[in-house]
Design a protein around this ligand. Structure first.
Ligand code: NAD
Ligand code: UDP
Length: 343
């Protein structure tokens, strides 16, 4: 059974491709390599022993997407493709509205057209949403019925796509849609062959910490130590990318088994502070991670972690990996590939 992965060469898509193969599916990767590298496909082949079909192109090209849906006839689609840098989205909002919202519209229209030609298979989609849709939550843990808001164009784009998907399902009950709100994905495949490969200076904590540990950056700036949290630094729900990948397999199996559309959090239900991550990483790598306390980063919330009970109930899924395992796998990837996929 084929599954189309838009953005399948990216960080989360590549790990999901491996999990899908292990679960007996046949992933087809669609990517324009705007934020990834074709060498990922070779790495995936080394991990799985299988060659994965690649469709190189842009999800914004609706007719091309229709054509590849006709050729491959996937039973489901996972839509990862999009831009994800919060800061860049503030500077370049139209880029985000065009690629993220425009990309989703293009994909959905293509799926709708191809479904109309052959209504025997229900259009089935899993969408990469984000905990960013909760804005600054009034309390933790966060359940799916918390109010949604946005503080930047990236978050706004996720919110609009969620609303589009609800409208589509309301208009046409044939659609089966699983919306996954990821918390903070970190870590890498235990082989050390695939992982997160940010371009330029990383915005996110874990890739920054790994680059400090490997000696590429002098020290970490810890953004604020005066938050109302146990050690004063920001608290997040870090989830191993392998657990996240397993969540996509569970979501697809639920939808393909005839399940209703759903929206669920994918998180561990545990919060860790910035300093918890620093210390766990030092332990995993055996390297010091020097840090300095810096002012709070504008737009950051004090704490954010999931109540993952709904995903457990609906999908039979729960996160299994510890913070120590996330750090050990992130370190294996970074130390084996100090320059990411670029050599
Ligand atoms: P990523 O940048 O590694 O992967 C996205 C992939 O999509 C890249 O390979 C990129 O080349 C491709 N792409 C972008 N625009 C495209 C287009 N128009 N046509 C074809 N391919 C295109 O990002 P990721 O971390 O794997 O994230 C995947 C999804 O999950 C994104 O939608 C992101 O917003 C969402 N998400 C990520 C995080 C996170 O922290 N990584 C958290 C929450 C949600
Ligand atoms: N953070 C930090 N230094 C960095 C990057 C992040 O102290 O260089 C902190 C940030 O303030 C937050 C946590 O690490 O408390 C997670 O930040 P990240 O950008 O990884 O995720 P998000 O803020 O999107 O949850």
């Amino acid at each position: 059974m084929k599954i189309l992965l838009t953005g399948g060469a990216g960080y989360i898509g590549s790990h999901t491709a491996v999990a899908l193969i292990e679960a007996g599916f046949e992933p087809v990767v669609l990517d324009n390599f705007a934020n990834s590298h074709p060498v990922v496909l070779e790495r995936l082949q080394r991990i799985t022993g299988q060659t994965m079909a690649l469709e190189r192109g842009d999800v914004l090209d609706t007719h091309w997407v229709e054509d590849l849906l006709r050729r491959h006839r996937p039973v489901g689609v996972v839509h990862f493709a999009g831009d994800k840098a919060v800061g860049e989205s503030v500077a370049l909002p139209l880029k985000y509205f065009h690629n993220n919202i425009g990309g989703a519209v293009s994909l959905l229209r293509a799926m709708q057209t191809v479904h109309a030609e052959d209504p025997s298979t229900p259009p089935t989609l899993v969408f990469s949403s984000s905990a960013t849709v909760y804005g600054d939550p009034a309390s933790v843990p966060i359940t799916e019925d918390f109010p949604r808001s946005h503080t930047n164009p990236y978050g706004h784009s996720k919110l609009v796509i969620e609303d589009m998907l609800s409208a589509l399902c309301a208009a046409n009950p044939a659609w089966r849609v699983g919306t996954l709100r990821y918390f903070n994905p970190v870590g890498a495949h235990p082989s050390g062959l695939i992982g997160e490969d940010p371009a330029g200076i990383p915005n996110n904590l874990m890739p920054y910490v790994t680059q400090v540990a490997v000696g590429q950056r002098e020290h970490l700036n810890v953004y604020g130590n005066d938050y109302p949290t146990p050690d004063g630094t920001g608290v997040r729900d870090y989830i191993h990318v392998q657990d996240l990948a397993a969540g996509h397999v569970a979501a697809l199996k639920t939808l393909l088994g005839g399940g209703e559309s759903f929206t669920v959090n994918l998180g561990t239900g545990k919060g860790h502070s910035v300093l918890d991550v620093v210390h766990a990483f030092e332990k995993a790598s055996g390297r010091p991670v020097p840090y300095q306390i810096a002012p709070r980063r504008p737009g950051d919330v004090a704490q954010c972690w999931a109540d993952p009970a709904l995903a457990q109930r609906l999908l039979g899924w729960q996160a299994r990996h510890t913070l120590d395992e996330m750090c050990a796998d992130a370190w294996r990837w970074q130390s084996g590939n100090p320059n990411g996929y670029r050599g």
